[in-house]
Write a protein that binds this ligand. Structure first.
Ligand SMILES: C[S@@+](CC[C@H](N)C(=O)[O-])C[C@H]1O[C@@H](n2cnc3c(N)ncnc32)[C@H](O)[C@@H]1O
Length: 197
């Protein structure tokens, strides 16, 4: 099964499992990692059901804009049904070749996407391409590498072999994609990577 079908199939239960009150409160704390500012143009890659929409919109305000991109139509449909301030666009697309112009965003945010990428190197180059010079890529996971890899190992196909890279591997990939000022945290309760375009 293609991963886009897998994620579309689980989209109707995604928020029940991942958008409870406690989890959203925890995400709110995580949103500090995005360093968002009013008026920014933001791309949320692998946006899923749009859990981040209210948290991002709150920070960027009415003069900012947000593109929610995912390759699973079912996930996007759920996001589209959520309230937003009118400055959110939904886009069906694969992060390995995004239908977006270059140098277009202040921030690219990826929540729980990295393990699922088929070709990390090309996806990271795409993130670099669409960021404005000096723009920031932030990739976040709400658990550390060991715990997340264990969780995916116990999951069903086609995600059971979707693993997070070791810090040293990701550092090299980000540098090869053109990112500078790379910082990566791999702690029991979070795995976060930042890179500047
Ligand atoms: C684990 S879910 C996370 C969803 C959302 N970011 C969240 O945390 O609620 C991973 C998401 O990435 C999407 N995805 C995986 N690979 C993708 C790709 N190559 N292009 C676009 N979306 C992708 C999936 O469809 C899914 O919605």
């Amino acid at each position: 099964m293609h991963k886009s079908n897998f994620f579309s199939d689980i989209s109707s239960s995604w928020d029940d499992q991942h958008a409870g009150r406690e989890e959203i409160e925890r995400l709110r704390l995580f949103a500090g990692h995005f360093r968002l500012q009013a008026g920014e143009r933001v791309l949320d890659v692998g946006c899923g059901s749009g859990r981040l929409i209210p948290l991002i919109c709150e920070k960027i305000g009415p003069n900012g804009s947000l593109v929610e991109l995912d390759f699973a139509p079912g996930m996007l449909d759920i996001g589209r049904g959520k309230p937003n301030g009118g400055n959110v666009t939904f886009m069906l697309g694969d992060v390995h070749a995004m239908p977006l112009p270059s140098k277009n965003f202040d921030k690219v945010i990826a929540l729980a996407l990295l393990p699922h990428l088929d070709d990390r190197a090309s996806a990271l180059k795409e993130f670099h391409r669409v960021l404005k010079p000096g723009g920031l890529l932030v990739m976040v996971h709400q658990m550390g590498r060991e715990a997340l890899d264990r969780l995916h190992g116990q999951s069903s196909e086609p995600v059971r072999r979707d693993l997070l890279p070791k810090k040293s591997v990701l550092e090299s990939l980000l540098a090869e994609a053109g990112f500078s000022g790379v910082k990566i945290l791999d702690e029991p309760d979070q795995y976060v990577a930042w890179g500047k375009a």
